[in-house]
Design a protein around this ligand. Structure first.
Ligand SMILES: Nc1ncnc2c1ncn2[C@@H]1O[C@H](COP(=O)(O)OP(=O)(O)O)[C@@H](O)[C@H]1O
Ligand SMILES: [Mg+2]
Length: 220
């Protein structure tokens, strides 16, 4: 399965989500490859420090992405592709190959409005491919006392993209994690809430990826 973390805006939390998702899938026992498709290459450097067992590759041009992603997918249970901030053709290539698109979006009306533009390439890909990739919006950097306004719900609904119930909250620990070469659940008690939230988010988006043992642990 190829999971693309996409939003053509920069600084919305794509790399943070991609690295944590790749690390979580790895911990569920899956074979994971992180495809760093941003020219800044921050996620591949981060994952190499955080979880060296995860294969990280840099794919920085649309042709290479179109050619290589299916090959990488044959050799892994999950390929997590961290998308670029602005290069439209790179995003297009990713969305023409992805099975699922996760779209992080900052929780503000301006950002949600901008999603119409930022997800244009996603809609083109879905149109061409008969609804694939499936997509889900994840609110990122949500303030502590934040409440999703009806305006924002309406704006998201107008895009006909589902929104995950679990959001990623604005927390210093996420911003500290790359400097520590780690993911939040390996950063001790200060990161406990962030760790719970990330776990809840990934379980919500990818219920089938949860390790069988972990599934039972929750039921018991
Ligand atoms: N939930 C969060 N809380 C606090 N800071 C965050 C959060 N998510 C991301 N950041 C920080 O915001 C900046 C942009 O995030 P990043 O994941 O690099 O976004 P993108 O890949 O979309 O450009 C980084 O400095 C990152 O550490
Ligand atoms: Mg990034």
């Amino acid at each position: 399965m190829i999971i693309v973390v996409a939003n053509s805006k920069g600084g919305v939390g794509k790399s943070t989500l991609a690295v944590h998702l790749a690390a979580w899938l790895h911990e569920q026992g899956h074979k994971v490859t992180l495809a760093d498709c941003d020219t800044q290459q921050s996620s591949s450097e981060w994952i190499r420090e955080a979880i060296p067992e995860i294969k990280a590759v840099r794919l920085d041009n649309p042709d290479i992405i179109l050619n290589e992603l299916p090959i990488l997918a044959q050799d892994a249970d999950y390929v997590v592709a961290d998308g670029p901030g602005s290069q439209t053709e790179t995003s297009r290539a990713l969305l023409l190959r992805g099975d699922l698109a996760i779209v992080p979006c900052k929780a503000s009306m301006l950002e949600v409005r901008a999603l119409a533009k930022a997800t244009e390439v996603l809609r083109q890909a879905q149109d061409i491919r008969g609804g694939i990739p499936k997509a889900v919006i994840v609110l990122s950097m949500v303030g502590k006392n934040y409440r999703l306004t009806q305006d924002m719900k309406d704006a998201a609904a107008a895009l006909s993209l589902p929104m995950a119930t679990t959001a990623m909250t604005l927390r210093q620990i996420y911003a500290d994690a790359p400097g520590q070469g780690s993911v939040v659940w390996n950063l001790g008690s200060r990161a406990r809430e962030a760790a719970h939230e990330a776990e809840a988010l990934f379980r919500e988006i990818l219920p089938d990826a949860v390790a069988p043992a972990a599934r039972q642990a929750v039921k018991a």
